[in-house]
Design a protein around this ligand. Sequence first.
Ligand code: GDP
Ligand code: IMO
Ligand code: MG
Length: 425
Amino acid sequence: MSLDLLLGLQWGDEGKGKIVDAITSNYDIIARFQGGPNAGHTIEFDGNKHVLHTIPSGIFNKQSINVIGNGVVIDPGIFLKEIEGLNKYKIDLKKNLYISKRAHIILPTHKIIDATSEASKGKKKIGSTLKGIGPAYMDKTGRNGIRVGDIIDDSWQKKYNNLKEKHLKIISNFKESVDISLENLEIDFVQGIESLKTFNLIDSENYLNSCLNEGKKILAEGAQGSLLDIDFGTYPYVTSSNTTAAGACSGLGVPPNKIKKIIGIFKAYTTRVGSGPFPTELFNSIGEKIREIGHEYGATTGRDRRCGWLDLVALKYTVQINGVTELNIMKSDVLSSIDKLKICTSYMVDNKQVNNFPFDIKSKKIIPKYVEFEGWHEDITKVNCEDDLPKELINYINFIESFVEVPIKLISVGPDRIQTIYRNT
Ligand code: GDP
Ligand code: IMO
Ligand code: MG
């Protein structure tokens, strides 16, 4: 019996979807524990490329059960589209997908509040995906939210109307207005709710705990990344949930003493989509090259991802907060053919060296200090054994490992599930 966690250690988009899919056959159950359709998890196999938003990335392995946990916020309209998008794979979703009755619902008006609130912030906008995530979690913690279990109750419509009225008052208080049709959103919403009702809506905390007691193996799939965590991320430029390890306990109802492995995923460089501080961001042709070769465009919004060097001050911080037991390095193939690579190992703030991730990362002028590495020029996307990797890449990896003091157990060299090198360190 065990529960393993898989988490992104940077600002999201580390490749969580790829790895969950690649290792799913080791687990009986894959469970998402936070976030919502702000996530875009890309999976590639057998010539297929698919982006999941709410549904866990174990769904393509027909043997595993996938659970949307209580910590997730669900947009019924997007959920329905996701279900329809999976039709061609002939997966029995009524059998393989369970949804927590305690998960909260994103209402159409949550999305309008999100967009209006962002518009009102002007240059200080968060760069939200505008999926209604912040407002939905605000209603959850404000004790106004509507949960999946509510939609099968007769009082559902009344609850919906009451909350919608509240939201419309909030929206009318903003000076700004946005051009979004509530009517159109509601059409998708109603269809989505009807579809959601036909799924297995369960007390997922009971289900998951009995699975653990029966000796089954669960993988908890994180969304976003640790630097977007509501408590430990670059606040206020964060998302509205706990993306770090503790979020898996509260977002699934599983106790911490059941957790075994904590797998932390990071890119060989860094990306960020949306606003907020990013000390190692590159504003030159190398940054553009990484974006182009790495296809660094948002899987949910299509926005350009900002690109920069790997930041080990930030990585060490997130490894510590999550208690990461093993690391996976992603997208090292993207760095092939860059002559000199850099890794940030400390910051200079007000002429002082800083080794810890600072509280006030946004206003202080942070100058990253780098160690330089020789690059490699070989195409590594077809390499399937560590011994065949260029020595410069091994050197790069060894440096990271010794700096953060956690073993790198997996090297990803391409987007396909088979482009994965497992290490026996
Ligand atoms: P997630 O949100 O963490 O699941 O990551 P995304 O799917 O948003 O972004 C990761 C992107 O990188 C996707 O387009 C993946 O297909 C792709 N990808 C994942 N691993 C690798 C890799 O090792 N090399 C390359 N070149 N692409 C990768
Ligand atoms: P996955 O799971 C990257 C970012 C947004 C914005 C901030 C707040 O694919 O890694 P929100 O919509 O939550 O209010 O946006 O967080 N963001 C992500 N960035 N990957 C994600 O998810 C993200 N989910 C949210 O761009 O800066
Ligand atoms: Mg993503």
